[in-house]
Design a protein around this ligand. Structure first.
Ligand code: TRP
Ligand code: SF4
Length: 403
């Protein structure tokens, strides 16, 4: 099996501008934890932003720097993790191009986010070459650093899956060894005429057309073989997927638990729902947003009892409050002995306490933008050196070193 470097983590974020509490409790806390445990590469996926925002690129520069500053303020540490910007490592574009040569169109059309986003962002024409290639660009990002682990949310798992298929195909096409094929073909004959023929057909369908169903059927066929040795079975599994030399190892997704932080309306916190508390919201605004946020709609008057399970404020207590406070909320709400404003007070306090140090760091970096530029310059250089090495190997494997 081809193992990637499981000590190495890579993840990217599109520059959506200023981050909010959803990002903090979902992604950023996780990154901060990972940076202590692994060699981490975190980058700004600015080309990915272009795939959907190609028409108006005026905000992209500010969004990039705002986002990097928010990462730093949230505790992402450039002394531990390598921070860089995708477009500053142009090797990503070269690898993307090379991968595109042998990636079947059907693999990209089948990625769920392709149709989903086209339907969701109806106002935009996403019938573009770039948008179709979005997940393949992501594959290039990942494979470039031979990362074993890719922390992503549920919606991105399919992209890591695609990356695995692409890596396998690359290794098949450009990493084969001579006598490996011989041995595999001999092993195939030992399955008997019928199975051997079926195996060959399925393998061709997978390798020539990228047909995953054929791959799975062939795997099942091998699974059920009783009369061949384990060694031969392994050969046939490898031959099926085209193993040999492993130039680009397959990564694993590291699923990030969805953040428990609700938006102000109880839905998922997201800029597009307009229900966020940004990391940079001034205290007055935070206070105002929380004071006016909706609660259990059944609690019209102060004397009406409420039900925490129907209230987004209760979800916030689950993020921020101690057991004691939570009991106070449950009892006070159901007996109407506390009002909603009382109930929100500990949340307001906790959020402000969380944001105060973050905002102080933000202010410091805003006052010295050159420090942020230097951190990124250093990260980019490190990333480029890594990317350079990978591409040398990729070009060599593909026979592109004639210069
Ligand atoms: N597509 C990811 C997102 O929207 C961002 C991203 C780009 C990424 N390249 C990546 C994430 C590589 C992980 C690894 O969130
Ligand atoms: Fe929600 Fe608290 Fe009001 Fe109950 S008392 S409805 S939990 S805000």
């Amino acid at each position: 099996m081809n193992l990637a470097n499981t000590q190495r983590v890579l993840s990217g974020m599109r520059p959506t501008g200023r981050l909010h509490l959803g990002h903090l409790h979902g992604v950023l806390h996780n990154w901060v934890k990972l940076q202590h445990e692994y060699k981490c590469y975190f980058f700004v996926a600015d080309w990915h932003a272009l795939t959907t925002h190609y028409e108006d690129t005026r905000d992209i520069a500010d969004s990039v720097w705002d986002m990097v500053i928010d990462w730093l303020a949230a505790g992402v540490n450039p002394g531990e993790a390598t921070l860089f910007i995708q477009s500053r490592v142009p090797e990503h574009a070269e690898l993307h191009l090379l991968l595109s040569m042998f990636t079947p169109l059907s693999w990209l059309e089948r990625v769920p986010s392709y149709k989903d986003q086209q339907n969701k962002l109806k106002g935009k024409d996403l019938n573009t070459y770039g948008f179709l290639g979005y997940p393949l660009l992501q594959s290039a990002d990942i494979l470039m650093y031979r990362a074993g682990l890719v922390p992503v949310g549920e919606d991105q798992v399919a992209h890591v899956e695609l990356t695995r298929e692409v890596a396998r195909r690359f290794n098949y096409l450009y990493g084969r060894e001579v006598d490996f094929e011989e041995k595999a073909r001999n092993a195939s004959r030992k399955m008997g005429k019928k199975s051997s023929k079926l195996y060959k057909e399925l393998r061709n369908r997978y390798q020539e057309q990228g047909d995953i169903e054929a791959l799975n059927t062939a795997r099942a066929l091998l699974e059920n073989q009783q009369n061949i040795t384990i060694g031969d079975k392994e050969r046939l599994f490898g031959y099926l997927e085209g193993e040999g030399r492993v130039i680009l190892p397959e990564p694993q997704p590291l699923l990030t638990k969805a953040s428990k932080m609700p938006g102000l309306d109880g839905q998922k916190m997201s800029k597009s729902y307009n229900n966020t508390i940004a990391l940079r919201d001034p205290p007055k605004e935070v206070q105002e947003k929380l004071r006016t946020m909706p609660t259990d709609p059944a609690r019209v008057r102060r004397t009406d009892p409420g039900e925490p399970d129907k209230c987004p404020v209760w979800q916030m207590h689950q993020v921020y409050s101690s057991e004691g406070t939570k009991t106070w909320v449950q009892e006070g709400c159901r007996s109407a002995s506390i009002g909603c404003l009382d109930c929100k007070e500990p949340i307001i306090e906790a959020v402000l306490k969380e944001l105060t140090p973050i905002q102080e760091i933000v202010r410091n970096y805003q006052e010295s933008p050159e420090a942020v530029r230097a951190i990124i310059a250093e990260g980019c250089e490190e990333a480029r050196s890594e990317a350079h090495d990978t591409l040398e190997e990729v070009r060599q494997a593909m026979g592109l070193l004639y210069r």
